[in-house]
Design a protein around this ligand. Structure first.
Ligand code: SAH
Length: 250
């Protein structure tokens, strides 16, 4: 009798433990559970995803991530009504949140990132970072402006991803201590391709980077490392990003 009671008590504890684990996992996988994600935002997000799918055949993991990550929590409080338009919007420190179709294209061009180590340059408000994390990447993201690091950290905290690490630093230098990366995504326009980033890419890995003169039209470049010192390049169209600048801002 006494033994049965102990077994029963144990199985209750085990069931509670499994329930808590499952619940935590649900929150991690479905960040749209964030309480501000109203039916209206969800409806607008669905519409945006439909528009994106009509424009281009993005890979399924990208579309799934964009349909889950709540973009309205990354935009300025007065602009949330515009969060699900396919437009870049101003954020703090004179920077912008990339437009959803750009985020979709860059994420698509990286290839399969599930379970892969990805380095992002230019965290901004953290939206692209969240999309990569939702796609299953283990993300390290560097931002040069301290204020934006703080904002991105606070935005991303609301979603509870555990596969993101943010760094304040100069993305031109990359993150040598954590290299190599399976993929590198640069979300600002570089005048020159940063050599350290090329060397921090795994062989077989892709780097997606907008390249061109500051404040002029850029080209989206996909660079694949094919050997120790060999790289393939492919162009993926014209684009327009805020400039990649050297040094950090306190
Ligand atoms: N990934 C963002 C885009 C932000 S805009 C999104 O999801 O919308 C590009 C960002 O790159 C800006 O925040 C800018 O401050 C940052 N940036 C520019 N040069 C940089 C550098 N050398 N290192 C790190 N970040 C840089």
């Amino acid at each position: 009798m006494c033994l049965n009671y102990a077994v029963c008590k144990d199985s209750i504890y085990v069931s509670i433990f499994i329930f808590v684990c499952y619940f935590c996992r649900m929150i991690e996988i479905n960040p749209q559970r964030e309480s501000t994600d109203t039916a209206q935002y969800q409806g607008r997000r669905k519409k945006l995803v439909k528009e994106l799918m009509a424009q281009y055949c993005y890979n399924e993991n990208v579309i799934n991530a964009i349909s889950i990550v709540p973009r309205h929590i990354f935009v300025e409080p007065g602009l949330t009504h515009l969060a699900y338009l396919d437009k870049p919007l101003p954020i703090a420190s004179g920077q912008t949140i990339s437009q959803p179709s750009t985020v979709a294209l860059q994420s698509h061009l990286l290839g399969d990132v599930k379970g892969k180590k990805v380095l992002e340059i230019g965290t901004g408000c953290g939206y692209q970072t969240a999309v990569l994390a939702q796609m299953g990447a283990v993300v390290s993201s560097i931002e040069r402006q301290k204020e934006l690091c703080r904002i991105a950290n606070s935005n991303l905290k609301k979603l509870g991803y555990r596969n993101i690490t943010l760094y304040w630093g100069d993305g031109y230098k990359g993150l040598d201590a954590n290299a190599p990366f399976d993929a590198i995504l640069v979300t600002c326009g570089a005048e020159k391709i940063p050599e350290p980033l090329l060397l921090q890419l795994s062989i077989g890995g892709n780097m997606v980077i907008p390249v061109g003169e500051n404040n002029k039209e850029q080209q989206m470049l996909v660079i694949t490392r094919t050997g120790e010192r060999e790289f393939d390049r492919a162009y993926a169209g014209k684009c327009s990003f805020v400039p990649m600048l050297e040094g950090v801002v306190k």
